[in-house]
Design a protein around this ligand. Sequence first.
Ligand SMILES: Cc1ncc(COP(=O)(O)O)c(C=O)c1O
Length: 568
Amino acid sequence: MTMLQRLALPPRTEAASAPAAPERMQALIERTLELDRHVQRRARADLAALPELALAPDARAALGPKYPARAFAYLEELDRGDDDAPAAEAALLDEAARYFRGAIRPQSPHSLFNMVPEPSVEATAAAWLATAYNANSLMDAFGGEALLIEQQVARKIGRWAGWPQAMGISCNGGKFTIMYAIKSALSRIAPESIRDGLPRDLVILCSEGAHYCVEHAASLLGLGSGRCLRVPSGSDGRMRPDALRRMLDEQHAQGRRVAAIVCCGGTTINFNCEDAREVREIADAFARERKLPARPYLHLDSVIGWLYLSLLDADEAQLRERVPDPRSRARIAEVLRRLRGVDGFDSLGVDFHKDGLCPYASSFFVARDRRFMDELGDGSYRYGEQDFQYGQFRAYRYTFENSRPGQGILAAWMNLRRLGRAGYGDYLAGLHQARDALADALQRHGLFRVLNRASLGWELVFEAPFAPDLLALAPSRQDLALGFMQECWDRVNAGYDLPLFSIVPGYRIDNDPDAVTTGFLLYPMQQRSDAQWDRAVALIAAQFHDFQARLRAQPRALSASAFEKPIR
Ligand SMILES: Cc1ncc(COP(=O)(O)O)c(C=O)c1O
């Protein structure tokens, strides 16, 4: 049948036509519930089939922090015969259940592995609706007002940072925010590179404690990971000012141009955060003294630290009222002090899926102005006033994607409007309170020692007291710690409801390179009762005692292990 014949067909009768919108929505809801019931049923069945754990007899009572996993080898699975026949309903439901096997369940109180929160119902439902309506936010002719809301999110966060003209890009993850920043910087310092490719004299700098993806971002952009140089940090987790200035001068002396300085605006562990004003002054002085046409582009990787911007307008008295607990307040006040100079930066990153109570992925690259729209283009178009009339706005000219999901835009906007700036400030204060409550629980129990008292974040790094005779058995403390960690992970992967926490090899206590040990990480993402924290600590302790007792009774060789890209 030709397209024209199809178009000429008479309208179908009501019964045979596609369901009207509300019916379709009802069908979607029912199908989702059906899938969910099956996923839960399968997970519970797997859990019930596990043997009881002597050290935690209740650990099969409810689903744990992970859907029960199975071990497999990817290449073997892929080599298995493929079935191209349409799947029956039961098989289809099983496939959906299989998808979640081994996945973290952030809704579990024992999900303490990393900054993985349970997103709010409001944000998740809104994101879900955007999926159901299948909106494409590449341009407003397709995505409608989603593109305005995207800019309203960026403008709102930008205003918190002190940028009244801020605009931005909704994107799939913090790594993209860094890529947008680096690409803007490369185009700014070498505009001809947009058409001709990158010259060989460009480098970027970033803090020693910056996320491991910065080098990969540089590589993906064609700059090269080796052109990303890390500036040594001091004990407070900031780039050492003398080191920053020295590296800027060294690069200049070698005939290289520093396109950007990617600064830490809070990291997962130790919350490494630059003093924004100090960095800016150093970059300004460098450019002035070297008579450069412009200072290096300054990006704040605040995919975690953006949340603190919600309190940046609070004076001392207001902060005392908003964050009554002195321990939390001291940490927050120091971060706010360091962030105060961000108004002089060029861009920052925001991950609403980390600490904005939104589902994945809801990141925003936020820039102080809209120059990025040209800098991220292919050189064939310049944005002008005409682009900002409804019906004319096209994001695809400057985004990595062409077709683009809009879920993150609506999720972020729902939470920003629902909670308001004050609500996000309260959420931050609550996270710090949760940290203190968990630290208190560790203290009450007495077995473990909190290592990261100097951290400005709300994570907890603690040390386990391995016995000297067992330490002597292992190639190193790290290998012993990893042996213990692996056992804990194996139980959680099997499906047991036990705390899912993590390991921090080479943890520098107070950022001191001479005080390195292997720590363990707990990431509280919401406040729990003291009893719940006590129970989580007791369950870790029970596993620790069990590990040591069995190792002593049946000594076994612990292998030396290497770590790639640990949480940092
Ligand atoms: C400081 C920092 N920057 C960037 C990233 C990368 O973000 P994403 O995983 O959303 O791409 C992370 C992730 O943990 C991070 O902590």
